[in-house]
Design a protein around this ligand. Structure first.
Ligand SMILES: CC(=O)SCCNC(=O)CCNC(=O)[C@H](O)C(C)(C)COP(=O)(O)OP(=O)(O)OC[C@H]1O[C@@H](n2cnc3c(N)ncnc32)[C@H](O)[C@@H]1OP(=O)(O)O
Ligand SMILES: O=C([O-])CC(=O)C(=O)O
Length: 383
């Protein structure tokens, strides 16, 4: 057995996949052969859903059918809403989401059918229901009345509407849609790996996604977008942000929204796209200070640590300007990533090999229970 250890499985190839690939050298996120950033400029989130689920970009007729299918699954079990209401009002919204996804599993009659067709149908159901858990889970915590999806709105506009209670304008909808695209899929991050590990036991797609939620909650992963916004609000101005960052760095703290296991010394292409989106939004909403503040933060980190922003750094202020509560930034990330994770679970089930790595053991050996002489052979417990 090879004894090479890669802590954090850094650079270890864990799977074969035809879903996506981070081509760091050429600064491209490859999504089923396309450049994700190019897609984000030219297609919608629903096209990405079709691409990830069926392997090809949908025609406009197929896109329409896909949207109809999603909307036909909007019905939501009242029992799950009641479960969400029973949770503590102090709950972290990712925990609420985790509970909600776990609970809706029991209402899916195809839960234990691992066929590609059934898995695809379950992915559609999840895409219809996860945004509702995000929006109504928050309402349950805030003791606000639940909100119903509106079928006359696009899938994306409805998601934002259910969160904010306000129908977004065209720019807000387009920028939110772009954010869902860039969050939709990213090769083998911790959450996707967690989902694939779970799916590799032949467990179901809901369980795999539930595990992925727990993974994404952490601040070294999806939780960073919320931490970024809290930092920006704490600073409140360009000058304060610089001094806050310098103080954190002097205390050897990590600055959320910077660095990345795969890109690390290169720009995250998605952050560049969200930076452009932030510029457009701050201009439309006449709030240039927020954009300027983020640019200063980026410059400080480049100068001090030679680190680049990741997607979470620029998605955070974008979500803030779209009126999304900070506690929902990471749940929205998960909702967008539901399609990517579903594609990975389907691929895992289609071509499965159980994940079961080994360890390099560093603990003691040859210990014996008290009272047993080292030279005596263990004869087992006499009962
Ligand atoms: C969409 C996403 O999920 S993207 C990730 C979102 N997460 C964050 O933004 C959290 C902040 N960033 C980080 O903690 C890291 O960059 C990670 C976890 C994303 C990647 O980390 P790793 O690949 O494990 O890199 P590692 O921890 O080895 O860092 C390498 C060096 O860069 C430093 N570093 C990395 N990121 C940061 C940061 N955000 N702030 C300060 N220093 C950092 C580390 O301290 C380390 O320095 P050292 O060699 O002097 O000890
Ligand atoms: O790729 C990663 O490790 C984290 C990330 O950026 C993502 O999941 O979008």
């Amino acid at each position: 057995m090879s004894e090479t250890i890669r802590p954090g499985l850094e650079n270890v190839i864990a799977s074969e996949t035809d879903i996506s690939y981070l081509d760091v050298e050429n600064e491209e996120i490859v999504l089923r052969g396309y450049d994700l950033i190019e897609l984000a400029h030219h297609v919608t989130y629903l096209d990405i859903v079709g691409l990830l689920l069926d392997g090809a970009l949908p025609t406009s007729e197929q896109r329409h059918l896909l949207e109809q299918k999603l909307k036909s699954e909007y019905t939501f079990p009242q029992q799950v809403l009641s479960i969400l209401q029973l949770l503590s009002e102090q709950s972290n919204m990712m925990d609420v989401l985790r509970t909600g996804i776990s609970a809706i599993a029991s209402f899916d009659s195809e839960l234990d059918d691992r066929s590609r067709e059934a898995n695809s149908r379950k992915a559609i159901r999840l895409l219809s229901k996860v945004p509702q858990i995000v929006a109504n889970g928050y309402r349950a915590m805030m003791e606000q009345p639940f909100i119903e999806p509106r079928e006359e709105l696009s899938y994306t506009a409805n998601f934002l509407y259910m969160i904010t209670g306000k129908v977004p304008d065209k720019l807000e909808e387009a920028i939110f849609d772009q954010s869902l695209i860039v969050y939709s899929e990213h090769e083998m991050p911790n959450s996707t790996f967690a989902a694939r590990v779970i799916a590799s036991t032949q467990s179901d797609i809901y369980g795999a996604l539930t595990g992925a939620v727990a993974s994404l909650k952490g601040t070294l992963h999806g939780g960073a977008n919320e931490a970024v916004m809290l930092m920006l609000l704490e600073a409140g101005s360009e000058a304060n942000l610089e001094s806050l960052m310098l103080k954190k760095l002097a205390q050897k703290e990590r600055i959320m929204g910077f660095g990345h296991r795969v890109y690390m010394k290169k720009a995250d292409p998605r952050a560049i796209l969200m930076k452009e989106a932030l510029w457009k939004l701050t201009k439309a909403k006449n709030q240039p200070e927020l954009y300027q503040m983020c640019v200063v933060g980026e410059e400080v980190m480049k100068r001090e640590k030679n680190l680049y922003p990741n997607l979470d750094y620029y998605a955070a202020p974008v979500y803030h300007l779209l009126g999304i509560p900070i506690e929902l930034f990471t749940p929205v990330f998960l909702a967008a990533r539901t399609i990517g994770i579903s594609a990975h679970v389907i691929e895992q089930h289609d071509n499965n090999r159980l994940f079961r790595p080994r360890v390099h053991y560093t603990g003691p050996r040859n210990l014996h229970p008290p009272g047993l002489n080292e030279s005596q052979e263990s004869k087992g417990r006499s009962l």
